[in-house]
Design a protein. Structure first.
Length: 87
């Protein structure tokens, strides 16, 4: 029923070799190249990614603290009031 994708054109003079996906090694080099590569990439990116998050957290923490303090009642405003239940 027609040609499959990848076999649509015939190119003369070029030899292409394929290996079946069942014959490939799925984890070839995963431990010798993959894990060290992850650590290398982490080291390269950590100083680019982490500082904005730290600054953002510090700004958020300061804004939350300022909001909390602005919503508190000032005890000096109520220093000379009499307690109605004390009478």
């Amino acid at each position: 029923m027609g040609k499959h994708f990848g076999e649509l054109a015939t190119i003369r003079g070029i030899i292409a070799y394929k290996i079946s996906p069942h014959e490939q090694k799925p984890f070839a080099g995963a431990f010798s190249y993959g894990i060290p590569n992850c650590f290398r990439r982490f080291r390269e990116c950590v100083f680019v990614v982490v500082p904005p998050f730290v600054v953002g957290y510090l700004v958020y923490k300061a804004a939350e603290e300022a909001h909390y303090l602005s919503k508190r009642k000032n005890p000096r405003d109520f220093m000379f009031e009499e307690d109605p239940e004390a009478k």
